[in-house]
Design a protein around this ligand. Structure first.
Ligand code: SF4
Ligand code: SF4
Length: 350
């Protein structure tokens, strides 16, 4: 997907972050672990070239109540700009809320709870950029699974995949349950550099994900991939081998945590013994359940690999045995057996 080139060159920008969608606030908590860059570096102005950033996120705010909500109200009135609108949490369908509401943030002009969807209606078109944080906000996530009573959906389901912000940008989706800390902060950094007029448009795929983060599978970066190739599978979780037979969906899931790790390069589900349950994917969770069974595609591909994998393992064991010995010319005997040929020395050729 192409995004419109923008070079606004803002000196200051607000980030209005609502986590009032159906969520556990886990994405807000997750980004506190980011290091590339950290949220502190962004807010405290430690990164050259960025606009001054004012973050309004209830988990990280000092203010509560009306003082916390004031920037949101001002933005809704059109009195605060520019701002990036970050949405965390699944969007409930307020058309089917009976006589109440599913999710609200603060009160409206009548003193009634103001539904999240009204905030989105008012803020998203005024925002310079709109970012969905985590799988709940991007695609609906757990709250949107079959049988749910709220009719939950992702932000692009609500606003439309063709939505464009005031800055002319599509929604930027950063999925993950929760979002991987550096994936989110790196994406935000790109948006902030765009706001400063210092970066090209952010490249997004057709599900509005940053292409450089979600273009490869878990399997392609997994520490255990060599075991898979050799047809060597774990039978339980107390094993360093490939986890596909105990439920890992890594071969068909777009996620980079096996490459990137989770915190400061450490972790990344299968790398540290957790099966991939596809939490970044638009089809999560329904298309990956039941979680602990061997995935259907995994069973076929692991059956094929089982035919040649043991042969590869045996051949590699032979090569490994040879490579584990030093060459025979390394010795302490009084003769040189390295194959050295004096004809090629400078003195003999002159
Ligand atoms: S553990 Fe999962 S991601 Fe890793 S090699 Fe096995 S199937 Fe692939
Ligand atoms: S490896 Fe799988 S379960 Fe882990 S974060 Fe990525 S998509 Fe989610």
């Amino acid at each position: 997907m192409s995004t419109t080139p923008m070079s606004p060159g803002f000196d200051e920008i607000h980030i209005l972050w609502t986590s009032e969608g159906m969520s556990c606030d886990g994405d807000s908590v997750s980004i506190t672990a980011a290091t590339l860059p950290s949220i502190e570096d962004v807010i405290l102005g430690a990164i050259p070239g960025l606009p001054k950033v004012h973050l309004h996120n209830k988990v990280l705010a000092y203010e509560t109540g009306a003082p916390f909500l004031e920037p949101f109200w001002a933005a809704a009135r059109g009195e605060l700009e520019p701002f990036i609108f970050v949405v965390e949490g699944s969007i409930p369908n307020e058309n089917i809320n009976g006589e109440g509401y599913w999710s609200a943030m603060g009160n409206d002009e009548n003193g009634d709870p103001k539904p999240l969807t009204r905030w989105i209606d008012e803020l998203a078109p005024k925002a310079w950029a709109v970012v969905a944080a985590g799988t709940c906000a991007t695609y609906g996530g757990i709250h949107a699974m079959a049988g749910n009573p709220t009719g939950c959906m992702g932000l692009a389901d609500y606003l439309g995949y063709n939505f464009r912000s005031a800055g002319g940008l599509p929604i930027v989706n950063v999925p993950g349950c929760p979002v991987q800390p550096d994936n989110f902060m790196e994406t935000l950094l790109w948006c902030l550099y765009m706001a400063a007029g210092l970066s090209p448009p952010i490249p997004l795929d057709d599900m509005l994900r940053p292409t450089w983060l979600f273009g490869k599978t878990v399997h392609e970066g997994c520490d255990r991939a060599a075991y898979y190739e050799q047809g060597d599978f774990a039978k339980d979780y107390n094993s360093p081998k490939c986890l596909v037979k105990v439920g890992c969906w890594g071969p068909v899931v777009n996620c980079n945590v096996t490459k990137r790790g989770w915190m400061d390069g450490l972790g990344g589900c299968p790398n540290v013994g957790g099966i991939c349950i596809g939490c970044t994917m638009p089809g999560f969770p329904d298309k990956f359940m039941p979680f602990m069974d061997e995935p259907p595609g995994g069973s076929l591909s692991s059956a094929i690999v089982s035919v040649y994998g043991p042969f590869i393992r045996r051949m590699r064991a032979i090569t490994n045995k040879g490579a584990n010995h030093e060459p025979k010319w390394r010795h302490n005997r009084p003769e040189l057996t390295t194959g050295y040929d004096p004809r090629f020395t400078p003195s003999s050729s002159s």
